[in-house]
Design a protein around this ligand. Structure first.
Ligand SMILES: *[C@@H]1O[C@H](CO)[C@@H](O)[C@H](O)[C@H]1NC(C)=O
Ligand SMILES: *[C@@H]1O[C@H](CO)[C@@H](O)[C@H](O)[C@H]1NC(C)=O
Ligand SMILES: *[C@@H]1O[C@H](CO)[C@@H](O)[C@H](O)[C@H]1NC(C)=O
Length: 183
C-alpha cells in the first residue's frame, strides 16, 4: 500500500530537477493535496452507504498496475497521473455537479488539477525515458477500470446510491495509492 509512495519518493530522488517551479519535484505539496482530496471526498458523503448495499459492485481495481514489484519506477508516475485524470473525468460532469455539494466538488476538482500539474513535469521526463523500453501502455488497465466506473454510473442512471458507491470506491483506491498513513 505504501509501496506507491516509496516509488514516488524514489522518482523524486532520481529526478533531475532543473530548479525553479518547472522541475519534477513532488515533495512540494503533493502529499498534502492528495490528503486534502481524500478528506474532501470523505466530506462529500451524502447518504449512508448502508442504504446502498444492493448497488455495490466490484470494479476490479487493477492492483497489478500499481503493484510495486511489477511496476517499473518510470511507469509509476504515468499510472498515478492517469488515475488522477480519470478521477477528474468522473467528477467533472454535469451529472456530478447535480449530485454533489458543488462547493466541495469544486474544491476536489481544483485539488485534483493541482496534483496533476505537479506531476506533469515528471511525466515529460518519463516519456523520454520510456521511448526505448518496448512494452504495453502501463495505464491501459487503469483506463479500462475507470471506463467500468463510468458505465456503471450511466447504467444506474446516476442515482444517489451509484454515486455513493463510486465515491467510496475512489476513496479506497486513493488510500491505496497515495496515503501513507491511515485516517
Ligand atoms: C523540492 O522542493 C522542496 C521545497 O521547495 C525543496 O526543499 C527540495 O530541495 C526540492 N527537491 C528537489 C529535488 O529539487
Ligand atoms: C503484489 O506484489 C506483492 C509483492 O510485492 C506480491 O506478493 C503480490 O502477489 C502482488 N499482487 C499482485 C496482484 O500482483
Ligand atoms: C456544501 O458544503 C459546505 C462545506 O461543508 C457547506 O458549508 C454548505 O452549506 C454545503 N452546501 C449545501 C447546499 O449543502
Amino acid at each position: 500500500m505504501a509501496l506507491m509512495l516509496s516509488l514516488l519518493s524514489a522518482l523524486v530522488v532520481f529526478s533531475y530537477g532543473h530548479g525553479g517551479s518547472l522541475g519534477c519535484n513532488l515533495t512540494v505539496n503533493h502529499d498534502l493535496v492528495s490528503r486534502e482530496n481524500f478528506l474532501l471526498l470523505d466530506q462529500m458523503r451524502r447518504i449512508s452507504p448502508s442504504l446502498c448495499l444492493d448497488d455495490r459492485k466490484d470494479f476490479r481495481f487493477p492492483q497489478q498496475a500499481v503493484n510495486g514489484s511489477q511496476v517499473q519506477k518510470t511507469q509509476a508516475i504515468s499510472v498515478l497521473y492517469e488515475m488522477l485524470g480519470q478521477t477528474s473525468r468522473v467528477f467533472l460532469t454535469e451529472q456530478s455537479s447535480a449530485a454533489w455539494n458543488t462547493t466541495l466538488l469544486d474544491k476536489l476538482l481544483t485539488g485534483l488539477h493541482r496534483q496533476l500539474e505537479d506531476l506533469e513535469p515528471c511525466l515529460v521526463q518519463e516519456v523520454g525515458q520510456e521511448e526505448s523500453a518496448a512494452g504495453k501502455d502501463p495505464t491501459a488497465d487503469v483506463k479500462r477500470y475507470f471506463l467500468g466506473i463510468r458505465l456503471y454510473l450511466k447504467q444506474k442512471k446516476y442515482s444517489d446510491c451509484a454515486w455513493e458507491v463510486v465515491r467510496e470506491e475512489i476513496m479506497k483506491i486513493m488510500r491505496s495509492f497515495s496515503l501513507p498513513t491511515n485516517l
